[in-house]
Design a binder for this molecule. Sequence first.
Ligand code: CA
Length: 229
Amino acid sequence: MDTSLRHKVLLIEDEQKISDIISTYLLREGYTVLNALNGAEGLRQMSQLPDLIILDLKLPDMDGEDLCQVIRADSDIPIIMLTAKTHEDDRVRGLLMGADDYVLKPFSPKELMARVKVCLRRAGKKQRTLSFNNGELIIDRGSHEVKVHGKGVSLTPTEFKMLFVLASNPNRVLTRLQLTNVVLGYEFDGYDRTIDAHLKNIRQKLGQSDYVKTVYGVGYRFNCTPDED
Ligand code: CA
């Protein structure tokens, strides 16, 4: 897979030592890691559109469960909870709060890596090939193929990534700054205007502009709900 499409894991954990250990393992497994040492920073990092979140239950500024609920209100991203609590009710509660899985502290990093893999695979089944309008538009993350009405559309790697990011977040406005960070891969003071040029090309190549709407003064929104499997 193109390294720019590597899975991104957001790690929200306030204990530096634990954070360092998990990060090391994640990097070794080939993931891109986003670190947050508190809940507020974790929410801020959501703008980087991670593929999975590892969330500590006890954070200095907010409760992991509350944070989980806030994230869930807006996203169905897989969440693995790290919890030191051992009472069964708490574990069940964690899952009910919207986490996909939980790992009890102290944990084995290898086991956590296995859980990460399973959660991503489960989510990836839904996500690997995106299909819209009863198959009119197909976007395949694995092969980087895009088809409209069954006909291949040739996109540059940047255009593909931008379309994939937009289509993976349907009906949600992504700001130009977000797209600059996520698609072009760098932080910019303001946004990179080439984003608009890439989007123009994507629309032209898809042969229609309905899929991606411009939200004036803000950014873009992919305007179609994916087909059910
Ligand atoms: Ca903690």
